[in-house]
Design a protein. Structure first.
Length: 80
């Protein structure tokens, strides 16, 4: 995967946002109108999110798209 570090960082961020609300993956999927497997795949960096899904997640979490995309990304190792 080309940007695996970014996908992992986003997945961790999404999980933290979800857990801060006390929601299950299914609860987030329901409010964002996406499937539970999509949430799982995003949180485990198995799926590259689309703009459409990002917008749905932000709306479901009741945060701005820019807030959803504000997460730390560790620097790439020299082996990458």
């Amino acid at each position: 995967m080309k940007n695996e570090v970014v996908l992992q960082a986003f997945g961790q961020h999404l999980r933290r946002l979800r857990e801060a609300r006390g929601w299950s993956q299914q609860a987030l999927a329901d409010v964002a109108d996406v499937s539970k497997p999509t949430i799982y795949r995003l949180e485990t960096a198995r799926y590259s999110v689309t703009l459409d899904v990002l917008a749905s997640l932000a709306q479901g979490l009741e945060i701005s798209l820019s807030e959803l995309l504000q997460f730390p990304v560790p620097p790439r190792s020299s082996a990458d």
